[in-house]
Every structure is written in structure tokens, then in C-alpha cells.
Design a protein around this ligand. Structure first.
Ligand code: PHE
Length: 381
């Protein structure tokens, strides 16, 4: 019996020992594994810290990539916080601190580069936009020769008290013709054939700026002293001398006791200012339905070569304006008493004068918009 008990006890003991050993073994293995895991996680965090420190940020795109990876809502460091449960207890605190350091390092670096890129937005890669950088030079254009001459004319007349009045290019029959003493059956209408608006026999593109005379005289009381620059149209064959569109400057002076001598003196002043004291100028008699007496003013162009012959029709003179004393009929048509008031008017072509000033031999060049031609006037004021 005793032998049996001993035997039994020994067996139990032996059995239990192996159990304990197994438990001890398992514990050791587990513990070892756990320690091994902690080391690995620490190393992982260390690597993240090192890579984020080494990350190069040179432009906005790289900064954004950095933000997404280390600072954004789904950043890499956040994922590491989840590993804390795998770290053994004694090192949990250390691990937490390390992670916080990494997080702060990422945020600091992001802030630093963000402000740096903002302050110096002209980064070398060209991705940023530096608003303080000097801009690319914009090549300056040139004024059109017609504008150049027009501005000079306006300037000359403004100095002697004329003001600028601008009016419509689409006119009615009355202002363009009838009021200007050219009734419907008048042969002078043939000289100024124009473009009528579709389906209209009364609306037309004005043939001269003289229509502005009627517009002004029917709306303003004398004294009147205006110049009216603008575009006019005529149904003409286009050639080196004439075009179907061109520019004129109208002049109108209405007051008490205005004489032909006043007109001559005003136009002489203009010609001297425009072409200088040496220029040859002549005034010769002419006819216009709306002035009486009428005249035309020519400036000497020259007569040396074929171009000169063609442009001046072999005379050497270039006509620049028509003028005269305002016909009493025109004053009556516009409601001004010819017994009380008198005046003079003139109408000058701008293209002709641009040709004179710049020795342009073909009027068509002024309408072609060829920059090789127009560029030559850059710098002329
Ligand atoms: N209107 C005239 C023309 O175009 C010019 C002119 C204007 C003549 C004023 C006399 C008075 O030819």
C-alpha cells in the first residue's frame, strides 16, 4: 500500500513538473517575443523620425506631400499610436513620449517650410508665383498716323478757343444734305454718293463732318466755336489717293460780325502751326452748296518723282481743306438769324495731312493695319 501511494505521488509530481516546465517555457517564449516586438516598434518609430527629418521640401507640391504623410488627418504617425498596445508595460511611457516627439517634429517642420515658402513664393522650381518680382516688359505700341495728326490739329485749334464736338457717323438725310443747302434734287449730292442703311432711304453713313454743323446749330445758341473730328464715308473707288472711308475735322465759328478775313487768318495760323513758317500755302476759290463764298486750301507737296505727280495730279499741290462763309440758307435751316449772325466753316481731310507729314504715298496703307508700316510711328508723339 505504501509502495502504491509513493508510486502515485511520484507520478503526479512528475506530471506536474512537466506542466510547470511547459508553463515556464511558454512564459519565457512569450516574454521574449514581446520584448522583441517592442524593440521592433521603437525602431520603426525611429525610422519615421529620421525619414521625416531628411525629407526635402523645396516647393509647394513637396510641402503638400509632406503634410499629407506626416501632419494630415490620416498621417503615418497616427497609425503608430495604435501600436502602443504591443509595447510592454515598462516601456509604454517611453514609447508615448517618443511618438509625441515625432509628431511635434513633423508639425514644426511643416510650419517652418510653410512660412518660408509663403514669404519667398518665387521658389526656384517656378511653381510659386512671386507677386513682388518685376514683370515681363510689355512692348509698347505706336499711335496710328491718323491719330497723331488728329491730335496735333485738335491741339492747335484748342489754343485759339475751339472746343471738340463729336457726333454720330450714322446720319439722316436732313443733317447730312438738306440742312446743308443740298436739297434732294441738287446735283452736288452726286459728288458725295454714300452708303445707305438697309431698307432706309433716309439713314446713311455721313459723307462729311459738315452734318455736325447742323447738329450743333440746331441745339446751341451762338457764339459757337467748335471743331468736330470723325470718320466719314463715300461710295468711291479705292485708289492710292482716295478711299471709301476717311477722317475729317470740321470747324465752325458763328458769332456777330465774323468775316472772311477772320477765316483766312484762322486758317493761316493753323497752316503755320502745322507745317511751319517755310511751308507754301495757297487759298483758291471753290464751290460748296453750304458756303458762300467758298475756297480750298492747298499745301505744296513737291513735284520731283512719279509719286509726286500721281499724288498731286501733276500740280505739286495737295488740297487739305474746303472752307467758306456759312451760307445764309444753312443758318436759316438751323434756326439762326443771318441778319444777326455770320460765320465761317471748314472741313479738312486727316489722311491727306498724314500723307503730307509723313510722306506716305498710298492712302490705303492707313487702313491696312500692317504692323510693319505702323511700327515706324513708334515714338512719335
Ligand atoms: N464738307 C466739305 C467736304 O467734305 C468740306 C467743307 C466743310 C467745305 C465746311 C466748306 C465748309 O468736302
Amino acid at each position: 500500500m505504501q509502495g502504491f501511494i509513493f508510486c502515485f505521488y511520484k507520478n503526479v509530481l512528475r506530471h506536474c513538473t512537466s506542466e510547470i516546465i511547459t508553463i515556464l517555457y511558454l512564459y519565457t517564449v512569450f516574454n521574449h517575443k514581446h520584448i522583441k516586438m517592442s524593440v521592433e516598434i521603437f525602431a520603426k518609430v525611429q525610422t519615421v523620425l529620421e525619414t521625416l527629418k531628411a525629407e526635402k521640401i523645396e516647393n509647394a507640391q513637396e510641402l503638400e506631400a509632406f503634410r499629407i504623410r506626416y501632419v494630415g488627418s490620416k498621417n503615418e504617425i497616427k497609425a503608430l499610436f495604435g501600436e502602443i498596445k504591443n509595447v510592454d508595460n515598462e516601456r509604454k511611457k517611453e514609447f508615448g513620449q517618443l511618438l509625441n516627439d515625432v509628431k511635434q517634429a513633423a508639425e514644426k517642420k511643416y510650419e517652418l517650410y510653410n512660412t518660408e515658402l509663403e514669404n519667398n513664393s518665387g521658389d526656384q522650381s517656378g511653381n510659386g508665383l512671386d507677386l513682388t518680382a518685376p514683370s515681363e516688359p510689355i512692348p509698347s505700341g505706336s499711335r496710328h498716323p491718323v491719330s497723331l495728326v488728329l491730335n496735333r490739329i485738335i491741339n492747335i485749334f484748342e489754343r485759339i478757343g475751339f472746343t471738340v464736338a463729336e457726333e454720330r457717323e450714322i446720319e439722316d438725310d436732313w443733317h447730312n444734305f438738306t440742312a446743308m443747302n443740298t436739297p434732294e434734287d441738287h446735283p452736288a449730292r452726286d459728288m458725295q454718293d454714300t452708303f445707305y442703311l438697309k431698307d432706309s432711304t433716309t439713314e446713311l453713313l455721313r459723307t462729311h463732318t459738315s452734318s455736325v454743323q447742323a447738329r450743333i446749330m440746331t441745339t446751341q445758341k451762338p457764339p459757337i466755336r467748335i471743331i468736330a473730328p470723325g470718320r466719314v464715308y463715300r461710295n468711291e473707288t479705292i485708289s492710292s489717293r482716295s478711299h471709301c472711308q476717311f477722317h475729317q475735322v470740321e470747324g465752325l465759328y458763328i458769332d456777330k460780325n465774323v468775316s472772311f478775313a477772320d477765316m483766312k487768318q484762322t486758317l493761316l495760323y493753323f497752316a503755320r502751326e502745322m507745317y511751319g513758317p517755310q511751308a507754301e500755302i495757297r487759298l483758291r476759290p471753290s464751290f460748296f452748296p453750304f458756303t458762300e463764298p467758298s475756297a480750298e486750301m492747298d499745301v505744296y507737296w513737291g513735284l520731283k518723282n512719279d509719286d509726286d505727280y500721281r499724288i498731286t495730279k501733276g500740280t505739286g499741290w495737295l488740297e487739305i481743306l474746303g472752307c467758306g462763309m456759312v451760307d445764309p440758307n444753312v443758318l436759316i435751316n438751323c434756326g439762326i438769324d443771318p441778319e444777326e449772325y455770320s460765320g465761317f466753316a471748314f472741313g479738312m481731310g486727316i489722311e491727306r495731312q498724314a500723307m503730307l507729314q509723313f510722306k506716305i504715298t498710298d492712302i490705303r496703307q492707313l487702313f491696312e493695319n500692317d504692323t510693319r508700316f505702323l511700327k515706324q510711328f513708334s515714338g512719335v508723339i
